[in-house]
Design a protein around this ligand. Structure first.
Ligand SMILES: [Zn+2]
Length: 361
């Protein structure tokens, strides 16, 4: 077996589910061990937020607030039974939980980083390894940014089939509390049904942001939960609660905020933002992207630009106005039982990253 593949398989066998801090720490230790032969050339910056450990590995002489490029990878994976962590190799494909999303991309970053630092231990680059992307990235990537980590550009090594993801939707979670008036069911004119108020709210939302029936770069919403504390059949409920998960395109942010302001004035509701995370959109004219395109033209000329409907840690960098992309290996099935990554694309990705970094730093 290829030595790198052998090492990769060991990495995949660690069941580093986001909420299992001990297992995620094992994955981080594995990475430190991978770099042990060049550790005298490195500066390992360790960060903690809410007892979650993350790493930023840089060349020894580099300061973490003045890097040019950060390669970002999450070592955590989504929940799965233990048998999902036994890799099965079929030709070029490796089937196992979390290899496409995203130990494969992270491992490519590790290969490239090691090779680059072995040749020149003064490059202004960092390898950022975080423990919690799948549960929001607040104690990993955002924690490091809050503590002063900065770069001119970043790459999240998320699965992208060697395409360049230049944009992703933002996430807005809202909670709507409807205030009606209780009355006997037989006398509806004496009350105001709180569930009916929520129906009116849903209709207003749908009028402005109807869900597309097929894949489209449009704002969408999901009615995630609806409930009422009312337990009585013959009573008009005076309280009802709705939770909505909205995924918005960058240009709709203001329109959404304005709509909710208007609705708050018109309807007997309280509307709270539970989470409001930015979208990102990086220009294809960015010099780092242009240089990557040059490298791809010779190495992988079929690449495309893509926009993603889910979010990633790139959005945390967007909060600090640091442009970024998602760029990772080929495979299929993030978060699914039949997830796989193609080993050859990991080696290809490592080579592309190496060439690109030498071009731009
Ligand atoms: Zn991911």
């Amino acid at each position: 077996m290829h030595r790198n593949l052998d090492q990769f398989i060991k990495f995949l066998q660690i069941p580093s589910i986001s909420l299992d801090t001990a297992a995620v720490n094992k994955a981080l230790d594995y990475i430190l061990d991978y770099f042990s032969d060049i550790k005298d050339k490195l500066n390992i910056h360790t960060f903690y937020c809410n007892n979650k450990r993350s790493l930023l590995i840089t060349p020894e002489a580099q300061r973490f607030n003045k890097l040019k490029i950060i390669l970002n990878g999450h070592a955590d994976v989504v929940d799965a039974p233990i048998e999902f962590f036994s890799p099965k190799i079929k030709g070029d494909k490796i089937y196992v939980r979390g290899d496409y999303d995203m130990k494969g991309g992270l491992f490519a970053g590790m290969i490239a980083f090691k090779k680059l630092i072995k040749a020149n231990n003064n490059l202004p680059i960092g390898l950022q390894v975080v423990p919690d992307e799948e549960i929001g990235g607040f104690d990993g990537t955002l924690c490091q940014l809050k503590k002063g980590v900065r770069s001119q550009f970043m790459v999240a090594l998320e699965p992208s089939n060697l395409n360049i993801t230049i944009a992703a939707k933002g996430v807005l979670w809202i909670e709507v509390l409807a205030h009606g008036k209780a009355a006997h069911s037989g006398y509806p004119w004496n009350g105001q049904n709180a569930i009916k108020i929520l129906v009116d709210f849903i209709n207003a939302l749908d009028k402005h942001f109807p869900n597309p029936t097929k894949k489209a770069w449009q704002t969408t919403y999901n009615l995630s939960q609806i409930s009422t504390p009312n337990k009585t059949m013959n009573k008009i409920p005076d309280k009802a609660i709705l939770k909505v998960d909205i995924r918005y395109v960058p240009s709709d942010k203001t329109k959404l905020e304005e709509l909710f302001m208007q609705i708050r004035d018109k309807m007997p509701i309280d509307l709270n933002y539970l989470m409001f995370e930015p979208a990102f959109h990086t220009s294809t004219q960015d010099k780092y992207i242009k240089a990557l395109v040059d490298v791809l033209k010779t190495n992988h000329p079929t690449f495309k630009y893509e926009k993603r409907h889910g979010s990633s840690d790139v959005r945390h960098f967007a909060k600090y106005e640091i442009p970024g992309i998602e760029f990772g290996p080929t495979g299929f099935g993030s978060h699914q039982a039949d997830e796989y990554v193609e080993w050859s694309s990991i080696l290809e990705l490592a080579k592309i990253l190496e060439e690109w970094i030498l071009k731009v730093v």
